[in-house]
Write a protein that binds this ligand. Structure first.
Ligand code: UDX
Length: 369
């Protein structure tokens, strides 16, 4: 898309926000809102961008906030801009890493939050080519929709990981349980894959920020705290599984880890469950050799292997932490040959159990005995 935009002359790059702002009618703020030390979102990038463009914005232009910002930030931007003729509209983005272009062009909905109806209509007109329900609401509701959506999805994942723990205890198979639940239209089958816990650059920061926003307004969002606790426990539970597989202790054990990124089809390591789990394995005395098709620089304390089989050389346990397609159908004969012990913890439930069992591997997954 960038190439296409440059070639057609529809896209130009300039240095500095003010330079970009001085001729346009719409101004999208897409700056990061990292987590501050107390769990609240840090708005300094947003305020700096608004301060820079405020003085040069053309008359009657519209500033659109795409960044995920606490409720009330539309007003903050408006104040920093210091322009009574410029409307600020909240237009949260719901795209996922790895499928961002597709998600942007085929959204489930477009949400526009504005106190100024005509500015809302102008922003809505930018999405005329997009076939999706479009809703116009007030800025506080638009901002809350973004946090509530991420918090709900994180809740769904922690819920399914908790159900997986119950499945292990009662001898049920979580894959079948999730299938049976998902047929209920009120529940839906998406976003119900159990795993090593959720991570990435959004869910961890946005769930904490939502707790903080609620706290600031006198509501204790205990449910969401529980969602985060279940997630942290999941990292520990996967580390326990690896330890159990190694015979009850990781001291001196060699562990092969397949996957480092927080999910497949991204090279992002931020808040990756894989790294959280590997850190715990190392703390418990394991030597970890990892392979990830998208990672070239080894994270602290981890040795990086050149391919999946090299990672397994001499390993006592293999743990699968990211659901890369390359991991689904490996040459298990080769894996068996190079490992010291045939033991696997499949924290994404992606490996072919029957193939592994034919080669007499001990296998354990998530929510399946
Ligand atoms: C997320 C939201 O999906 C998106 O709407 C928002 O705009 C940004 O945050 P992203 O961070 O790219 O997107 O990741 P996502 O695909 O949602 O996955 C988040 C985490 O949940 C990953 O660690 C992933 O492995 C995990 N996950 C997801 C599961 O464990 N099971 C699932 O079924 C789905």
């Amino acid at each position: 898309l960038v190439d296409e935009g440059l070639r057609s002359g529809k896209l130009r790059f300039v240095v500095g926000a003010a330079e970009a702002a001085k001729e346009a009618e719409f101004h999208y703020l897409c700056v990061p809102t990292p987590q501050g030390p107390d769990g609240a979102a840090d708005l300094s990038y947003l305020e700096a961008a608004a301060a820079e463009i405020g003085p040069v914005l053309p008359n009657d232009s519209v500033v659109v906030n795409k960044s995920t910002v606490p409720v009330g930030s539309t007003r903050v931007v408006s104040r920093v801009l210091g322009r009574s003729d410029v409307a600020v509209v909240s237009n949260p983005e719901f795209l996922r890493e790895g499928s961002a272009v597709h998600d942007f062009l085929h959204p489930d909905r477009v949400v526009i939050g504005s106190e100024d109806q005509s500015a809302a209509v102008r922003v809505a007109s930018l999405y005329l080519g997009v076939a999706a329900p479009m809703m116009v609401t007030d800025p506080a509701s638009a901002e809350t929709i973004k946090y509530a959506s991420n918090a709900f999805l994180a809740t769904k994942l922690s819920f399914v990981n908790a159900v997986a723990a119950v499945c292990e205890a009662v001898g049920a198979d979580v894959n079948d349980v999730v299938l049976g639940m998902g047929y209920d239209k009120r529940i839906g089958s998406e976003f119900l894959r159990p795993g090593p816990g959720w991570g990435g650059s959004c869910f961890p920061k946005d769930t904490r920020a939502m707790i903080h926003i609620a706290d600031d307004h006198g509501y204790d969002f205990d449910l969401l705290r529980g969602v985060i606790t279940v997630n942290e426990e999941q990292f520990e539970r996967v580390a326990d599984k690896v330890s159990d597989m190694a015979g009850g202790t990781l001291d001196g054990a060699r562990v092969a880890a397949w996957g480092l990124t927080f999910k497949a089809r991204t090279d992002d390591l931020r808040e990756s469950p894989a790294l959280e789990i590997i850190r715990r394995l190392i703390e418990r005395g394991a030597e970890v050799v990892a392979y990830d098709p998208a990672v070239e620089t080894a994270p602290d304390g981890v040795t990086l292997a050149s391919d999946l089989y090299a990672a397994c050389e001499g390993a006592n346990v293999l743990v699968v932490l990211t659901e890369w397609d390359d991991f689904r159908w490996p040459d298990f004969d080769k894996v068996a040959e190079v490992m010291a012990d045939r033991r696997v913890v499949d924290a994404r439930n992606i490996l072919d159990r029957a193939a592994l069992q034919r080669l007499e591997f001990d296998v354990v997954g998530i929510g399946r005995t």
